[in-house]
Write a protein that binds this ligand. Structure first.
Ligand SMILES: Nc1ncnc2c1ncn2[C@@H]1O[C@H](COP(=O)(O)OP(=O)(O)O)[C@@H](O)[C@H]1O
Ligand SMILES: [Mg+2]
Length: 290
């Protein structure tokens, strides 16, 4: 995470190449709807992983596709659960819902979940994240959704209670069939809890804060740290990028005592193409353990 232009995409490419060079199986995923990895690697990436070398493959998440997929699934589910709603023209609503607030972070979370669930052979997944506002929404989504879901569950339970009373009076039924909507709510609550656990667990998720030596990127970094704390998510590593010799790193070391610090010096040549990135990595004095 970090302010626009600090080097999130570049440092995620460097991190992925570094881990791959150590022999790990790495997948680099661009989650920024305005993708940059194709330019950085000078290759054309898509929504499917493309192999860069034996250990590294890269893809750029197609956010639009995930939004469409989610809306289609939701439509099916609504049709199944509330058959009486088919009188309404759901398709028309879905076309508009595509542009509804919240869709992008939801699509990113679905993509994240699928990538994580199907990454058995990978040792590391490196995510190049979008600008701060969207990334904060992404990390906040499990909490926001859980608040909604828990309220919906309480409501559903009340409805079920009333339905049971009516069913008993009308039919003298003892066995009430399981409620599909309640089951779906339980399932979603479980899924969000498990994603939340992964985000919070620093042995599974290592969040890297990228900053430069200027005041604006410092300020945005602090804002990020404070906001993430609300979701109990913490920063593991700080990447000080575009560092030049004149800048004294002690202020950053002091402020981010709990984090490991990785310094990436300012490069005179543009950091584009695998060969350039690899030779830049070779010149580094060291790379922290991610
Ligand atoms: N260490 C560096 N030295 C020189 N230029 C850099 C360095 N890191 C990034 N850049 C350049 O800065 C610009 C923004 O980097 P980018 O990785 O796209 O940032 P972000 O993803 O945070 O928006 C790009 O032109 C990139 O090549
Ligand atoms: Mg970027």
């Amino acid at each position: 995470m970090g302010k626009g232009g600090v080097g999130k995409s570049t440092s995620s490419a460097l991190t992925a190449l570094h881990l791959a060079s150590k022999g790990h199986k790495v997948r680099l995923v661009s989650m920024d709807p305005a993708h940059n990895q194709s330019d950085i690697f000078k290759k054309t990436f898509s929504d499917k992983f493309l192999k860069i070398n034996n250990n590294l493959s890269v893809k750029e998440v197609d956010v639009g596709r995930w939004i469409d997929k989610y809306l289609k699934e939701m439509q099916e589910q609504v049709k199944r659960s509330y058959s009486y709603l088919t009188a309404f023209n759901l398709e028309n609503y879905l076309d508009i819902l595509k542009f509804s607030p919240g869709m992008e972070e939801y699509a990113l979370l679905l993509a994240y979940r699928e990538i994580r669930n199907s990454a058995n052979e990978a040792d590391y997944l490196v995510f190049d994240m979008p600008p701060t506002a969207l990334t904060l929404k992404f990390f906040g989504l499990p909490d926001v959704s859980l608040t909604w879901l828990e309220n919906l569950l309480a409501l559903r339970n009340k409805i079920i209670e009333k339905k049971e009373i009516i069913a008993r009076v009308k039919l003298g039924k003892k066995e009430i069939e399981t409620d599909k909507i309640r089951n779906k709510l339980y399932q979603q609550i479980e899924e969000y809890h498990s994603i939340k656990q992964v985000f919070k667990d620093t042995s599974k998720t290592s969040l890297n804060l990228v900053m430069n030596t200027d005041k604006l990127s410092f300020a945005e970094s602090q804002l990020i740290v404070n906001n993430l704390a609300k979701f109990n998510v913490i920063i593991s590593n700080v990447f000080l990028n575009k560092w030049d010799n004149d800048f004294n790193i002690s202020e950053i070391e002091e402020r981010y005592k709990e984090c490991k610090l990785q310094v990436f010096p300012l490069s005179e040549t543009p950091l584009l193409g695998v060969d350039t990135l690899n030779s830049y990595l070779k010149k580094l004095s060291g790379f922290i353990e991610i």
